[in-house]
Design a protein around this ligand. Structure first.
Ligand code: COA
Length: 258
């Protein structure tokens, strides 16, 4: 079904592996097409509660947009390329199901942008993050200038963007770019442990948290109003009745996602 992704679902967690290891998993048109197909499936597939995005091989998460696709592009074609990337990454950011990046090596350029579009990031010790576009006479085009500022603050983001400086996993953790650093061997297990906890919570409430938190960065929405809306929506769910009843009855809640 996919040419450039490995997709496997186990215990409600769908692991999407970008699978072009000989090109350090660089994002070309085929990867974007496959990612969009996978995102379509994730939204409708009831077996999937949450998602991990990672890269094939031991060296790279994703080493960027595929630079071979840049040659010969004019201004309008370049803008269309950036739009395609941004649209796909918006879908990841606004997915109602949690999507977490398990960063297992180079996350450069579009790879760093992909990781930042995910809801949060777990990194292996050998992970490296950066936006090296200025080395190529470019700037990030898949949301990197925006999400890096959101995640690490303007000063640190400006320096990373302008210098093309690459940071390692521990620095990325200090910057707030990643939540956890693990060994390469335990990266997927650690990420799955976190998602297993999240998967045990009320899915519609988790989706409400994503929507309200994303509203902080959405100029068309007032985040506090978004929170009120999502809080109200939660009260119209069966899971809210189950969750509050289970607490009062001193038992574990059995959430149905309704
Ligand atoms: N686009 C297209 N191909 C890429 C790529 C990218 N972003 N990143 C790596 N590759 C390819 C290389 O061209 C090489 O292909 P080849 O074997 O056919 O020559 C293969 O992946 C392996 O990469 P290589 O550069 O040989 O590995 P390395 O260990 O020497 O260096 C990096 C690793 C990540 C430092 C280096 O590949 C790099 O700088 N990549 C580009 C990063 C970048 O600028 N990303 C932003 C793009 S906008």
């Amino acid at each position: 079904m996919y040419n450039t992704l490995l997709v496997q679902t186990e215990n409600g967690i769908c692991t999407i592996t970008v699978n072009r290891p000989d090109k350090l998993n660089a994002l070309n048109k085929a990867v974007f097409d496959d990612l969009n197909t996978a995102l379509d499936d994730i939204q409708v597939n009831d077996n999937i509660k949450s998602v991990i995005i990672t890269g094939a091989g031991v060296k790279a998460f994703v080493a960027g947009a595929d630079i071979t696709e840049f040659s010969g592009l004019n201004k309008e074609q370049a803008k269309a390329l950036a739009q395609r990337g941004q649209d796909t990454f918006f879908r990841i950011e606004n997915s109602s199901k949690p999507i977490v990046a398990a960063v297992n090596g180079f996350a450069l350029g579009g790879g760093c942008e992909l990781a930042m579009a995910c809801h949060f990031r777990v990194a292996s010790e050998n992970a490296k993050f950066g936006q090296p576009e200025v080395n190529l006479g470019l700037i990030p085009g898949y949301g990197g200038t925006q999400r890096l500022v959101q995640l690490v603050g303007k000063g640190k983001a400006m320096e990373l963007l302008m210098s093309a400086h690459i940071i390692d996993a521990n620095e990325a953790k200090q910057y707030g770019l990643v939540n956890h650093v693990t060994t390469a061997e335990s990266l997927l297990e650690r990420t799955k442990e976190i998602l297993t906890i999240i998967n045990s919570k009320a899915p519609l409430a988790v989706a409400g948290c994503i929507k309200a938190a994303n509203a902080v960065f959405d100029e068309t929405r007032d985040g506090y109003s978004a929170e009120i809306d999502e809080f109200g929506n939660a009260f119209a769910t069966e899971d809210m009745i189950e969750g509050t009843t289970a607490f009062l009855e001193k038992r574990k809640a059995d959430f149905k996602g309704k």
